[in-house]
Design a protein around this ligand. Structure first.
Ligand code: BLA
Length: 237
């Protein structure tokens, strides 16, 4: 379902001078024979970013996922890129979340970074439902203009492709302007806010149960703490 999206993201990363880095041993790919599924992950080195990860999960008709997070360099206080797209084929259900994940929620920060996303959302009102969040807090690391939709095939096929392209374009625009901008938040604070994002996300991520049911607890714990949210790892004693 999301292969064209993954290809689009991958080619944009390549065009931006990105190249692949090795993923931690055993985490690049995992298969579940029982659930007939495979999860694949890529770690990118992209100019201007300290980390950019991409994951796709293919469990056939039961579930397809594309997930990605981009962490800008600490000298750049712009939002993180957050992508979480899920397609439950058997039930014909879509969960789509696209956001510029803010480090802070104050008005000055939102005014600085959200003009583009605000306009995009006004062109795609069907993807900006008033969905309630069950596990996350909408006021922590989510923006008021996130695209968040629990929908069906119509949204997935008709609205999402155009919105996804525009969303990537908008984030690339923000990133290309970084060199002309002065960050307001100090690099030290950006670092601690990005690390707190990992700690918070590892605690709340509703995917952990799903990973465990496909790939077992040991692999899923490692994947969560070593690949998805590395700053959530306990420092070794
Ligand atoms: C929800 N994301 C979900 C759910 C699952 C995943 C299973 C619950 C489905 C539901 O609410 O109906 C799946 N999350 C994954 C997978 C990965 C993952 C497979 O991290 C990793 C490969 N989630 C993100 C990012 C964002 C995000 C980057 O990982 C930001 C754009 C958002 N996911 C997000 C939100 C929800 C969600 C807002 C709804 C959760 C809620 O209701 O609180």
């Amino acid at each position: 379902m999301f292969d064209p999206f993954l290809q689009e993201l991958t080619s944009k990363l390549q065009q931006s001078g990105g190249h692949l880095l090795p993923t931690p041993e055993g985490l690049a790919e995992c298969r579940s024979l029982k659930r007939q599924s495979v999860i694949r992950s890529w770690l990118w080195q992209v100019p201007g970013f300290r980390r950019w990860r991409v994951t796709s999960l293919d469990a056939g008709d039961s579930l397809q996922v594309l997930n990605s997070v981009a962490y800008p360099e600490f000298s750049n206080d712009q939002p993180l890129l957050g992508i979480d797209l899920l397609w439950f084929g058997t039930r014909g259900k879509l969960v789509a979340v696209l956001d510029f994940q803010p480090l802070l929620q104050d008005q000055e920060y939102l005014d600085r970074y959200y003009q583009g996303l605000k306009e995009l959302v006004s062109r795609h009102p069907d993807l900006h439902g008033a969905e309630a969040m069950r596990s996350f807090d909408p006021h922590q690391y989510f923006s008021p203009w996130l695209l968040f939709c629990r929908g069906g095939a119509e949204q997935a096929q008709e609205s999402l492709p155009g919105a996804f392209t525009a969303f990537l374009g908008c984030y690339w625009q923000l990133s290309s302007e970084a060199s002309h901008r002065t960050s307001v938040i100090t690099p030290k604070r950006v670092q601690s806010l990005q690390e707190a994002y990992d700690v918070y996300s590892a605690e709340r991520d509703p995917a952990h149960g799903l990973f465990t049911s496909h790939f077992g607890k040991a692999w899923s714990d490692r994947f969560l703490h070593e690949f998805l949210f590395p700053a959530s790892q306990q420092p070794s004693p």
